[in-house]
Ligand binder design. Sequence first.
Ligand SMILES: [Zn+2]
Length: 268
Amino acid sequence: MTSQPRRFDYLSWPKAEAAAKKHGSTLVWPFGACEQHGPHLPLATDNLFAETILKKVLDRLPNEFPIWSLPSQPIGFSPEHVSFPGTISVSSNLLLDLVLEVGQQASSFGFRRLLLFNAHGGQIGLLQAAARQLRLKSPTMAVLPCFLWSGISQLEELIPVKERAEGLHAGLAETSLMMSLEPDLVGSLRPLDGEHFSKESVASPPEGWSLEGAAPWAWLTKDLSVSGVIGDSRSSNQSLGNHLQELLIDHWARLLTNLMESEWPPVT
Ligand SMILES: [Zn+2]
């Protein structure tokens, strides 16, 4: 028994053919990035989150669900981080074309749903645009662009309000989750560059404006931080990371169960 029983690319071609033709067949494609995550987290942070959380989610689903994962896409669209060494970013066109080409082939096998399971906040909009274009080109397959951290209301109980607004990168949540998943990959430095941002009067947003959210700004990391951290990771800890991990796995296992037990979305 392989340790990755739901990997599509571990199937033989006859099994892959049969898998794709099952009623409600669903493929999940994890998306990460290779980008700086401060002086204390690895470049692969987002990729590792997408891959590991998805695997744990799929392990919880009933065997009979026709759902498989693709290998993850470990290099993404990260222009905001390219001034930091180690960041490797592909162009928006390349990532969009990749989604279209892979997606159209998945659809041609007979898959009915393709879920993009993305853990990099900087490519949410691009993957949504790619998903809509793919939907147009592959009319019989639904495309669902999802972001790992979105829609989890219980985060409000675990992450303080300031950090929820400003802890966008390598802050409390990401650092704690990595301490829970791969503690050996977490370094000891804990810079506080959120302060750097709020102390600079030129960088303080006027009322109603913010980094993200309703009235956002297409910031580059170097605008906000000299260390690459946007947020405050000083109180990160493994117990918080364990909670976050459970929340994420519960949330996505529930959503995927609901999806697999349904005929959603309607594809005409
Ligand atoms: Zn990240």
